[in-house]
Design a protein around this ligand. Structure first.
Ligand SMILES: [Zn+2]
Length: 411
């Protein structure tokens, strides 16, 4: 079945969880071409029907924080210098494979968070369906010399894959280059990081002046800005400059959360990467330095999500899938939002559907099951509201549709 078939396709007998947080209900979802044609009592005359009794129909899930161009092969061979020591042409192939892995796990959209032309290229190929995979929303990354992004490259290595810009004028020019290349948004850092080498998470990244210039330029070119920030100072600087989302937000406190709720700034907490580093970091080649940084941030990170939720901040599902956290485990974030953030399974699903769609700028097209939106949907065996962990079971993800195309069909 492709989107060009004239006959509508109707999924009948399933339970609908529509992504808005509304109670589940029994309904027929009608797919017409690449869009949701109707949510109805019964299939229209002439429709091809698929019986999905005992199954749950969800909007295609969304991971708002991934790094596509990460090693996609056997985990044991992952090397943290892979992005520095491998041709970009080779990395692109892994990025496309990772987008396919996300799709197989029920995620129809991923937002890449440290990209440039390579990720834009993957996005275009997937949008044209010459390859099958999750839709890509691509951030153009900009960082300062010695910043979190720059320190994924060891200081003695001259080739620096991530875009470095210092000073207001250079920052503006970098935003403009990303716009010219077709990036959807801009990603920056306002604090140091965990997996970067030789910095500390409490380092300031960029001045307020540089941050403001980037946000001003990006907004003028209709691009949002996402800021990696672990520290209170980093979060405050990003909010002062008017960014659209805070990534990680490890030390978020009540006062900062109140500001985010007021301004509508989203939080993408990436609990998964943090849990992965704590549980499996050593075997994945994470350095002692990074393990110690992650441990130091632990208490704050778990608390930050609860503080955000209590303040009414919209939280979006984002995992930080990368060489340390392999693609395909995206639904783990929903479990962790429940376990650590006090979310109900329904709230976690909304974080991975409606709220994630709003965060990545696609709320008009996807994230909820409504007529006129793209037919991005997942058919899951069982009831994820009773047990959210079943979303992580690949065998239960029976069908995945992206824009009306049934790209995964396990029967
Ligand atoms: Zn990241």
């Amino acid at each position: 079945m492709s989107a060009s078939d004239a006959r509508p396709l109707a999924l009948t007998g399933g339970t609908l969880v529509d992504g808005t947080g509304a109670p589940p209900r029994r309904a027929t979802v009608v797919i017409a071409g690449d869009l949701i044609g109707a949510i109805a009592e019964a299939p229209p005359a002439g429709a091809t029907t698929i019986d999905v009794r005992g199954r749950t129909i969800l909007p295609g899930l969304i991971d708002a924080h991934v790094h596509l161009c990460s090693y996609a092969g056997d985990a044991a061979r992952a090397d943290r210098l892979w992005s520095v020591t491998t041709f970009e042409e080779e990395q692109v192939l892994h990025g496309a494979a990772n987008a396919r892995t996300a799709l197989l796990a029920g995620f129809t959209t991923v937002r890449d968070m440290a990209g440039a032309r390579a990720e834009v290229a993957i996005k275009h190929a997937l949008d044209a369906f010459v390859l099958e995979g999750a839709r890509v929303v691509s951030a153009g990354f900009i960082g300062m010399t010695g910043g979190h992004g720059d320190l994924f490259t060891p200081p003695a290595v001259e080739r620096r894959p991530s875009v470095v810009a210092d000073g207001v004028d250079a920052c503006r020019a970098a935003v403009r280059r990303h716009a010219r290349d077709g990036a959807d948004l801009i990603k920056i850092c306002t604090s140091g990081g965990v997996l970067s080498m030789g910095d500390r998470s409490e380092w300031r990244n960029y001045t307020l002046e540089e941050t403001r210039a980037i946000v001003d330029e990006a907004h003028a070119l209709a691009m949002r800005v996402a800021a990696h920030a672990h520290t209170r100072a980093g979060i405050a600087q990003a909010l002062d400059a008017g960014v659209d989302s805070i990534e990680h937000g490890s030390q978020l406190d009540e006062a900062l959360a109140a500001r985010m709720a007021e301004s509508g700034t989203r939080l993408v907490a990436t609990l998964s990467i943090h849990e992965q580093i704590r549980l499996h970091g050593r075997e994945r080649g994470v350095s002692a330095e990074s393990l110690a940084k992650a441990e130091a941030l632990h208490e704050g990170r778990v608390r930050a999500v609860r503080v955000a939720k209590a303040a009414g901040v919209r939280v979006a599902c984002g995992t930080d899938s990368s060489s340390v956290l392999p693609f395909g485990l995206h639904a783990w974030e929903l479990e962790l939002l429940c376990r650590d953030g006090g979310f109900t399974p329904m709230e976690a699903i909304v974080a991975a559907t409606r709220d994630a769609a709003e965060t990545v700028g696609l709320a008009e097209r996807t994230g909820t099951l409504e007529p006129g939106k793209w037919a991005d949907l997942v058919v899951v065996d069982g009831d994820p509201l009773a047990d959210v962990t079943l979303l992580r079971d690949r065998e239960r993800i029976r069908m995945v549709f992206r824009e009306g195309r049934r790209l995964v069909d396990r029967g």
